[in-house]
Design a protein around this ligand. Sequence first.
Ligand code: BES
Ligand code: ZN
Ligand code: MG
Length: 487
Amino acid sequence: MVNVKIITNIFSKEADYYILPVYKNFNFRKFVSGKIADEIASLIKKNQIDYDYCKKSIFNFRDGEIRKIFFLGLGVVENLTTEKIRQAAGFAIKELKTFNAKSISTIPWFEEIDKQVAQLEGLLLASYHYQAPKKENKEKTIENIYITNFKKGILGDTVNICKNVYLLRDLMNMPSNIVTPSYIEQKAKEIARQYKLKIKVYSKEQARDMGMGAFYAVAKGSNEPAKFIVMEYNGNKKSNKKIALLGKGITFDSGGISLKPQSSPLSKIEDMRFDMSGAGVVLYLMKTVAELKLKLNIIGIMPVTENLPSGSAYKPGDILKTLSGKTVEVISTDAEGRLILADAITYAIKNYSPYIIIDIATLTGGCVVALGHYATGLMGNDKELIEEMKKSGEETGERMWELPLWDEYKEQIKSKNADLKNYGGGDAATITAGCFLKEFAGDVKWLHLDIAGTAYGVLNKHYIPEGVAGTGLRVIFNFLKKLEKED
Ligand code: BES
Ligand code: ZN
Ligand code: MG
């Protein structure tokens, strides 16, 4: 994992490259002085440095030793959103990796706090590297980031959040024969022990005995022991208000008896190890809120299981009794995420009476069709919370787009044989999945984040180096931080 160190001036520590921003009116003399500063001024005068957005110019300077400076073009600053800064920082790191840079040093590119945070996020998130289990590993990685002159107080939180995104990406990258439900249980227990969080873990039989017929049905086809994990963080002892965070934790989604093909236009079956991303987000959010001591009470619920076909697997046509008492007709065993989440929603309501429920899941292929890889599908039953979450999406670069849960769509999941069916056909498949979950939230304020397109497979975003994005952690943390202020 990359180290971030605060130094006193950009050259005070030996680095392979020094990153300086270039845009109109940037006063580099505040950070660089002497002979090098004069040489830079003359390069600028001779138009040798490219000011355009995400363009690089590299020059060597001699100052006792050779200093390689990477000039990062930032273009027209008036157009520069925090997301563009994050991207530009990611671009610089991506380029520098190809030059085999191990250590880089930089300064704040702007005065504003939110821009400095975005810069750090971009540098850190782009420096992520997954160590695949190979004998020979030739991957180029950044080991040290030295920074100077940043505003006080922003470094700690930003580094913490980004390091938790690293852990989330690692969990996602590891294969499903390692990241089993038991592995996630073990990580949850480690976090609980370290931060003194309450934790409960139920087996599939215990879940069945408690009435979670939907979770049990999905779990019973696999020999890998399923885990229904509940973590509690009490950051505000004076309040009894609780927020429940729920994450879909399918460590491998084969589709079950409704078996998936090897590949479809939307996905390759081996990618279905990422179907635990929602649970991963919740797991590392629990760690983040504990580390950063958020003054909120948060319950993290992770139903974790494989979805496999076998002699004991659930089948299309089965009728399941959920914890809520509602019955569900199984149309497709591949629509398993909404089943385990339905029981998780009811479990949260029955045991904790939360005032807000947020669930996050790689729930539907339809979401990838609708929004591609650059927006999370956002649904819910509370207009204000939806707007707040959208705003958090803009602020963090983890953007969201709302889809409607109109009553008309509910017709598609009506069943003759049960209260609901688990699949409403190909039309508006993301929305009908949302409608299904809405039935279980009842009148509790609830948000649903479909990250099927944004958790992984994200290309062309410079700060997401390997496609595995780990989307959800930063945006929900930002959202929680705002609730903390309101409270
Ligand atoms: N985990 C998948 C959704 C998914 C698909 C995520 C592609 C990421 C990429 C989910 O469990 C699923 O299988 N959904 C199906 C349901 C349908 C066939 C009943 C879908 O949306 O295609
Ligand atoms: Zn799934
Ligand atoms: Mg499925």
